[in-house]
Design a protein around this ligand. Structure first.
Ligand SMILES: Nc1ncnc2c1ncn2[C@@H]1O[C@H](COP(=O)(O)OP(=O)(O)OP(=O)(O)O)[C@@H](O)[C@H]1O
Length: 224
């Protein structure tokens, strides 16, 4: 991944959600931590273009997000509540939905749906109703829908929120094994404890950009 923030900031009227930020993001795993309301989700939404900067620019893999009509197709986003992300009632239909919108052939869609479910050993979810899934199953279903479209960058917003220990471990393993670049926003400090680069946000500013141990120490100081 190659993401450039060039004095990119976001204000909602008088409220500054993110102060202008200049930063280059490359590499495989980036953790993002900080107190509630510190600007983490705003930072992530700038990367996939759901939020456009009110000052400066965000360049993702060479493209200015402001030029993209809605979202940046190279960035997959798993929201805090994956149940809100799954649009169609049946899991396999939901995975196919994003592929149909991209105009892929029926055969290609079927192959991709099967392929992505097999990747997570989740074939049994194909015909399940999304609203009947457990929290962990929902995360996997949402991952399948997003990854089927082949984004090079994945953003996960609090992927272990509300998961029991077993499902949390499953999601941790999945994240560790993803070949895609991943940006992980979390309050689960253990989840990002092995990351070489962790960004700490505080009051709309980047307060630290360091390996996990140092970044977590800085976050603990902020929170104290
Ligand atoms: N659409 C919006 N309109 C007005 N203010 C907003 C909007 N989105 C975010 N904000 C404000 O911007 C600031 C940063 O919010 P953001 O959601 O980025 O924080 P966060 O670090 O992700 O928080 P959390 O950990 O609670 O999810 C907050 O003060 C928030 O209230």
């Amino acid at each position: 991944m190659n993401i450039q923030f060039e004095s990119a900031g976001v204000s909602f009227g008088a409220r500054v959600a993110l102060e202008p930020l200049t930063l280059a993001i490359t590499g495989k795993r980036i953790g993002v931590i900080g107190l509630n309301g510190s600007g983490k989700t705003t930072f992530a939404r700038l990367i996939n273009g759901l939020t456009k900067p009110t000052t400066g620019r965000v360049i993702v893999n060479g493209r200015d997000t402001a030029d993209e009509k809605t979202v940046v197709t190279d960035v997959g986003f798993i929201f805090q509540s994956p149940q809100n992300q799954i649009i169609l009632p049946i899991v396999k239909d939901d995975i196919a939905f994003g592929l149909k919108r991209r105009g892929l052939s029926k055969a290609e869609i079927e192959a991709r749906v099967e392929g992505v479910l097999a990747r997570f050993g989740a074939e049994a979810l194909a015909d399940r109703r999304a609203h009947e899934l457990s929290g962990g199953e929902l995360q996997v279903a949402a991952l399948c829908s997003v990854l089927a479209t082949g984004p090079g960058i994945l953003i996960l917003d609090e992927p272990t929120n509300q998961l029991d220990l077993k499902n949390r471990a499953l999601v941790e393993r999945i994240i560790a094994g993803l070949p895609e670049s991943a940006i992980v926003i979390t309050h689960d400090l253990e989840l990002i404890a092995g990351f070489e680069r962790v960004l700490v946000f505080h009051e709309g500013r980047l307060a630290a950009d360091e390996p996990a141990a140092e970044a977590i120490a800085r976050y603990r100081e902020i929170a104290a």
